[in-house]
Design a protein around this ligand. Structure first.
Ligand code: SF4
Length: 226
């Protein structure tokens, strides 16, 4: 039984709180590594000493986007259970309402206080959604650090870009929701592609551990003689 949690789709990528970022990268790296290659070494035991694993298997690494660290609306780790996310099903109105309440640089208590975009979750979101808009990131940095802009207009500009970004994604989501069969086909296609890659890896491993091709010929020859 396969059940889609459509509401659970939110705009996060690998989203982690700022202070956990480096730790999370390390955990992700070691998880990928340990779940694959290290596990394989362990299974080989003492034989691993004689086995040229490094030439057969590539040590996995973590692939990060340009904006790997995006906090939730409240500045904490983005999580559905914290209710600090924007889901793909939300209306433009809800997006504006939620982003209006986003946490900002706490140093900007008054409109006249200069701020620091580098400690502000709204700027993190700007980096994700406003990077394509010429001059917008500079506008935020300049306006924030000189108190030339207020947080309300800064958030509104970010919400405009978020809404532009989310509109086609939301459309596709609605379409897929109506056509769940197509989603299953896409998942099947992906599984088939992954299976081919996994088979290639296992071929290399068998060859390295057992001399698989030679072994097959030996067994085949013996069977023919019998
Ligand atoms: S102006 Fe923008 S970047 Fe600066 S503190 Fe306010 S919301 Fe954050």
């Amino acid at each position: 039984m396969f059940d889609f949690d459509w509401e659970g789709m939110w705009i996060s990528e690998p989203l982690v709180a700022a202070d956990l970022f480096d730790k999370a990268k390390e955990v992700a790296r070691s998880f990928v590594y340990k779940s694959g290659l290290q596990n394989f070494y362990n299974k080989l035991g003492a034989a691993a000493t004689f086995f040229p694993c490094k030439d057969i298997l590539n040590e996995p690494t973590v692939l990060l986007t340009k904006t790997p660290r995006i906090p939730g609306l409240d500045g904490r780790k983005m999580s559905k259970s914290y209710r600090n996310v924007i889901t793909l099903s939300e209306s433009d109105e809800d997006i504006r309402k939620k982003t209006k309440g986003m946490v900002t640089d706490p140093a900007r208590k008054r409109r006249s206080d200069p701020g620091n975009p580098d400690v502000c979750p709204v700027y993190d979101w700007h980096k994700l959604f406003s990077a394509e808009e010429p001059g917008r990131l500079e506008w935020v940095r300049q306006g924030c650090t000189t108190a030339g802009i207020g947080c309300i207009e800064c958030k509104a500009a970010m919400a405009d870009n978020l809404i532009k970004w989310i509109a086609p994604v939301r459309e596709r989501r609605v379409d897929y929701e109506k056509h769940s069969k197509r989603v299953l086909e896409i998942l099947d296609d992906g599984s088939n592609k992954a299976r081919k890659v996994a088979q290639g890896t296992m071929d290399r491993v068998r060859e390295a551990v057992f001399g698989w091709e030679k072994k097959k010929k030996e067994i085949g020859g013996a069977a023919a003689k019998a």
